[in-house]
Ligand binder design. Structure first.
Ligand SMILES: C[S@@+](CC[C@H](N)C(=O)[O-])C[C@H]1O[C@@H](n2cnc3c(N)ncnc32)[C@H](O)[C@@H]1O
Length: 235
């Protein structure tokens, strides 16, 4: 629970925060590496992206809900000039991602082990060049739909931090959530859908790499949908 600006108590993260106890090796690697990989949110003022990485980066990409981090680390390895922030409140996923980052020697990844909205609030306006929300928890029951991370308020936060022309990439294999994503993004004044032909939503964009959920969904016979939105230029 956290305090909102009007003093109300707000639950930010639904779903599990912890799974099985970490193996001793993974726990010690986590304890050792997390302090230098984690995003330190400032107590006041904006989070300056340039302060996160030792070397200057050409762009900043954000991944919300990276799971165990397969897509995040593959993208970071393919794009060493780009800085990546990944957000994931599930401890075991975070620990798995820390291991991948260390094993692959990546120097362009920073991690936030909590709600992505904390990072979205802290980043300066127009500071993110691409955002991914891939296979987010579908919360299929009608009474749980409001827990979905794709929402008008999160789209407002993304619109604030994305630079003009930046892409917001979404994917899901849950058809009701796919309709929900489209409805929310199409209703938002700051996003345009980039699709021109069916392959644009039936196939991942060129250069994308798979997530764990995506691979599981495809192996189980699902056909995920992929949506690319562009942040409209500010007036
Ligand atoms: C279904 S999993 C998909 C993980 C990964 N993207 C994949 O495709 O393999 C959704 C993830 O979103 C994370 N998540 C849920 N709420 C979140 C939030 N508020 N901020 C960041 N991540 C969140 C969950 O912990 C979970 O790991």
């Amino acid at each position: 629970m956290s305090e909102t600006s009007d003093g109300a108590r707000e639950r930010l993260v639904y779903g599990r925060r912890k799974g099985k106890k970490l193996r001793p090796g993974r726990q010690s690697l986590f304890d050792d590496a997390l302090p230098r990989l984690k995003v330190d949110l400032p107590a006041s003022g904006p989070l300056e992206p340039a302060s996160l990485f030792a070397a200057p980066k050409s762009a900043l990409w954000l991944e919300i809900g990276f799971g165990a981090g397969e897509h995040l680390v593959d993208q970071a390895a393919l794009n060493p000039d780009i800085g990546f922030i990944g957000c994931e409140p599930f401890l075991n996923g975070l620990a798995a991602c820390v291991s991948h980052v260390v094993e692959r020697g990546l120097r362009n990844v920073r991690l936030h082990g909590d709600d992505a909205r904390q990072v979205l609030k802290a980043l300066p306006p127009a500071s993110v060049d691409r955002a991914h929300i891939l296979f987010p928890d579908p919360w299929p029951k009608l009474r749980h739909n409001r827990r979905r991370i794709v929402s008008a308020s999160v789209l407002d936060m993304l619109a604030r931090v994305l630079v003009d022309g930046a892409e917001l990439r979404l994917a899901t294999d849950h058809m009701d959530y796919a309709r929900w994503m489209l409805r929310h993004c199409l209703a938002h004044a700051d996003f345009d859908w980039l699709a021109e032909r069916p392959d644009d939503w039936l196939k991942p964009a060129p250069g994308e790499t798979p997530t764990r959920y995506e691979q599981k969904a495809i192996a189980a016979g699902s056909k995920p949908l992929y949506f690319r939105f562009r942040r409209r230029p500010r007036a």
